[in-house]
Write a protein that binds this ligand. Structure first.
Ligand code: HEM
Length: 131
């Protein structure tokens, strides 16, 4: 039988990761062709804040459910957390109205790389946590 609360938390964690990274990846592609809207902050800003918040709440809950974990898990989780902090901080700065289009392009490139690394690390955490 599926336990509904951990299931809902997992769905929310994966869904918000897909929506956040998907949105950033799309914006990065537009910025490479200089067709990113002049004010992406208008449409995307509330979503960025909400998705990051959901990531943190469901992520902490996921972590509590996983405990106790082996020491390699702690080490990898530390790396994931630093990358996630980078994603959260840069995404928030990226959707600030004052950020220039050139700067947005550079930020989006870094976000795409960090996003891929976070997905790889999350998959590794799942493998280690289940071992
Ligand atoms: C950009 C932000 C983030 C992304 C893209 C992301 C992505 C993911 C993905 C794809 C998974 C695998 C889901 C699954 O198979 O159940 C996962 C699992 C997990 N995430 Fe995140 N996450 C993010 C932020 C966070 C944060 C902020 C925390 C904690 C504070 C966190 C803690 C966890 C934990 C504990 C797991 C379970 C790993 C395991 O199976 O042992 N995540 N995350």
């Amino acid at each position: 039988m599926i336990d509904p609360i951990p299931f809902a938390a997992r769905v929310a964690h994966i869904l918000s990761a897909v929506l956040l990274l998907g949105g950033l990846f799309y914006a990065w592609n537009l910025s490479k062709h200089n067709i990113l809207p002049a004010q992406p902050d208008k449409g995307f800003r509330p979503a960025v804040w909400i998705l990051i918040l959901v990531q943190f709440i469901t992520g902490v809950y996921n972590l509590m459910l996983r405990m106790p974990v082996p020491k390699e898990y702690h080490m990898l989780f530390g790396v994931k957390f630093l990358l996630v902090l980078h994603i959260a901080a840069v995404s928030i700065l990226m959707v600030k109205p004052a950020t220039t289009p050139e700067k947005r392009g550079r930020m989006l490139q870094g976000l795409a790389v960090s996003g891929i690394l976070v997905i790889v690390i999350s998959a590794a955490l799942r493998a280690i946590g289940n071992a």
